[in-house]
Design a binder for this molecule. Structure first.
Ligand code: PAF
Length: 276
């Protein structure tokens, strides 16, 4: 496995590849990321994992500074699963001049997480567009845990004509249901014990919809109330159409999404409802 930091070495190591699969990450890798790499190995003959904590997608009061940077441990894990190239550029390689050109994401980026993290998805779309241009993959893989991010990236690729197949990979969970996330490491012991309630709440919404409930807004309000009773500060719980994340409509394939805080830690999760 090669670890490259500059654009020159990236270009050299890409030479001759037939089908490049890119897994963009911000590092601090866990089993969810490694699953992306394993799937990437099935989609490409050269798997590139980018590790870059992207300042553009963090708001002024967010955790950019304290976001865990664990390059050495990440590289050990990536070597074990068989990644071919790690692209870990310093900030000035990705942003050699102040970034004045930004990708404007579709309107869905202003809802759900976007309503609470202004500019976040523009920052994500901008860095992902840069990574696509630098690595020029044929396929790129993203976790479904960031469901809205995946929708934004699918729109980016479709509407800006990137010739890249986007593959969404299922969320990896701990035995108690908590979705794997680099931010789980911020949780205190009691918060960690409470955290699986987010997934349990989504499971309950799914059961209720599958049992016939269609008052989606009321269901979401009930879920918010329950989380609040257990000390969560809830940004949103919402049932949406899977295809475009528009408000849930009967007869559509749905997904329940949530974002909520335990203390200083914001967790997100989602769960598809029904099989379609
Ligand atoms: O999901 C992430 O880790 C990041 O948002 C991404 C896609 C690597 C862009 O910085």
């Amino acid at each position: 496995m090669k670890i490259v930091h500059s654009l020159e070495s990236l270009r050299e190591s890409l030479e001759g590849a037939m089908r490049v699969a890119l897994v963009p990450t911000m590092g601090n890798l866990h089993a969810g990321h490694l699953r992306l790499v394993e799937q990437a190995l099935e989609h490409g003959d050269l798997v590139v994992v980018s590790i870059f904590v992207n300042p553009l997608q963090f708001g002024p009061n967010e955790d950019y500074e304290r976001y865990p940077r664990t390059l050495e441990a990440d590289c050990d894990k990536l070597a074990q699963v068989g990644a071919h190239i790690v692209f870990a550029p310093p900030v000035d390689v990705i942003y050699p001049v102040p970034q004045q050109v930004h990708v404007e994401p579709p309107p869905l980026a202003a809802e759900l997480c976007g309503a609470f993290r202004p500019g976040h998805f523009s920052g994500v779309a901008t860095v992902v567009a840069k990574l696509f241009n630098l690595v020029q993959p044929q396929v790129a893989l993203f976790g479904k845990k960031d469901y809205q991010q995946l929708a934004v990236i699918r729109a980016l690729v479709q509407q800006l004509n990137f010739p890249i197949d986007i593959v969404g990979v299922e969320t990896q969970r701990l035995p108690d249901g908590l979705a794997l996330s680099s931010r789980n490491g911020y949780l205190t012991e009691p918060q960690r014990a409470e955290a699986p309630r987010l997934y349990a709440t989504l499971l309950d919404i799914r059961h209720q919809v599958e049992a016939g409930r269609r008052d989606f807004a009321v269901l979401a309000e009930e879920a918010i109330g329950l989380l609040q009773q257990h000390g969560w500060r809830v940004d949103y719980v919402s049932v949406r159409c899977r295809s475009d994340l528009s408000p849930a409509a009967d007869g559509q394939a749905l997904v329940a999404l949530a974002a909520a805080w335990l203390g200083e830690t914001r967790l997100i999760d989602n769960l598809e409802i029904g099989s379609r």
